[in-house]
Design a protein around this ligand. Structure first.
Ligand code: PHE
Length: 448
């Protein structure tokens, strides 16, 4: 077997993993669930979830990946040949596959909206027309499948080029580009007259709004946003060189992902409030609400283009990480070349994904536990597969994996300090698993 590929630089590791974490989750999902859960108080709960669950699980996935040095399933097998821990790897790869099948649909919507923004199509339309434009588009199989195909094709192309020349290279300029765009949008948003109410909504918590559902949504979103339980961070961990500091990487990735979600909120809510729009309008927030607003602000044309460009770039750096988790398995298991593994995986994902595209149009009456196929895949992965996969991962590290291996990974074999080891180990053993079990039990009532 040839030498395993690796990320060339620390910045490459950071860019690729931040690229995976930052996606539609931050810019489309985070703002709308923050809006639906009352704003600042939700954000606080979310921060706690990231700190006590997200970060420890992320570090654990890196430890397993770098020690196992292979795909998520075989990494568990090589670290624990006897047990059934590798089920976590299977769930992860299935999640990556299924998430990509539906995520590519929504990423396709962002491409359609990018072309609409470039074609100045939001101008001169009233609220009802903009709403109808969205409804008609998502029901149109030809256009949605076309854009989904483009997204998957681009993703396949980047992944086929490998770790250093594909994922690392593209993430290293897409992620900084994304940060620049979001900061420009933030400046526009906070300088809008009336925008301050949006900032209050984001930063002045009203604790009377915190209830079980708020906590559950925050926990579920922390898995989704940090790409946990989907095999991606284990796979990326397997490409991290021995001299990189795993603790520092995990911490900076979690911070960057959280910061970008908050920056997305700052770009969106002042605009929403300045124009008297309801913050709790749900998944349509960025596709239905914002196109009403862009034509009314100065520089709206360019900000609309930048916004949908941002969404598209963020989505692509995430889709490549999902495909990579599947492809790394294909390469190791079936001894395929990277290119073949990428093409075959993409075709299989596209076949399932087409049904997700059709589920808002011709197949919209077919229901899976009360959801259309797209929403069903979303709930099945986020509420079940990712949650159970992450739970198994953290219990594995806290209770099964030899403590010496963890220490060796955190200290790079004794070369660096890891004074956070005791805290991490305690959290991984007790706090995170208990918290995840609570979320899971609560989420069981949710599918359907
Ligand atoms: N974290 C990505 C986002 O926020 C989604 C994702 C989930 C990516 C699972 C990879 C694996 O959009």
């Amino acid at each position: 077997m040839g030498k395993r590929e690796s990320f060339k630089s620390s910045f490459g590791v950071f860019a690729a993993a931040v690229g995976s974490a930052v996606g539609l989750g931050n810019i489309w999902r985070f703002p709308y669930i923050t809006g639906m859960n009352g704003g600042a108080a939700f954000i606080l709960v979310y921060l706690i979830c990231v700190a006590i669950i997200g970060l420890p699980v992320l570090l654990s996935e890196f430890v397993i990946g770098r020690k196992g040095k292979t795909n998520p399933i075989d990494s568990f097998k090589s670290l624990a040949p006897q047990g059934k821990w590798y089920i976590s790897g299977i769930l992860g790869i299935m999640s990556a596959f299924l998430i990509l099948a539906f995520y590519s649909v929504i990423a396709g919507w962002t491409l359609e909206y990018l072309t609409k923004a470039i074609g100045n199509q939001f101008v001169g339309k009233d609220v009802a027309e903009i709403g109808a434009m969205f409804e008609n588009f998502i029901a149109d199989p030809k256009r949605t499948i076309f854009w989904q195909f483009i997204i998957l094709g681009l993703t396949c192309y980047i992944v086929a080029n490998g770790i250093e020349k594909g994922i690392e290279k593209y993430s290293s300029f897409l992620v900084p580009a994304l940060i620049v765009i979001i900061i420009i949008l933030d400046i526009r948003a906070i300088t809008l007259p009336g925008g301050k109410m949006g900032l209050d909504f984001l930063f002045k918590p009203d604790f009377s709004k915190v209830n079980g559902k708020v906590i559950l949504d925050a926990l579920g979103h922390s898995f989704f946003s940090l790409s946990l339980g989907a095999g991606t961070m284990i796979t990326y961990g397997s490409y991290i060189k021995g001299n990189e500091k795993l603790g520092t990487s995990a911490l900076s990735i979690a911070l960057a992902d959280t910061l970008i979600a908050i920056l997305a909120g700052i770009a969106i809510f002042p605009v929403v409030f300045a124009f008297g729009i309801e913050p709790n309008s749900g998944p349509g927030l960025v596709f239905v609400t914002l196109p009403n607003v862009f034509p009314q602000i100065s520089g709206g044309y360019i900000f609309a283009v930048l916004f949908f460009l941002l969404l598209t770039l963020a989505a692509i750096t995430s889709t490549i990480s999902m495909l990579e988790a599947v492809v790394s398995f294909g390469i190791d298991k079936f001894k395929l070349s990277r290119k073949k593994a990428a093409i075959i995986s993409t075709i299989l994902i596209f076949i399932v994904g087409v049904f997700a595209s059709l589920s808002n149009g011709p197949l919209k009456d077919i229901s899976f536990f009360g959801n259309n196929f797209l929403d069903f895949l979303d709930k099945l992965t986020a509420n079940y597969f990712m949650t159970i996969g992450s739970l198994i991962t953290i219990i594995f590290v806290g209770w099964k994996l030899n403590k010496k291996i963890i220490e060796e990974q955190l200290t790079n074999g004794g070369m660096i300090e890891s004074n956070y080891m005791r805290t991490y180990y305690f959290v991984a053993r007790y706090i995170s698993p208990i918290a995840i079990i609570i979320v899971f039990l609560a989420s069981i009532g949710i599918l359907g």
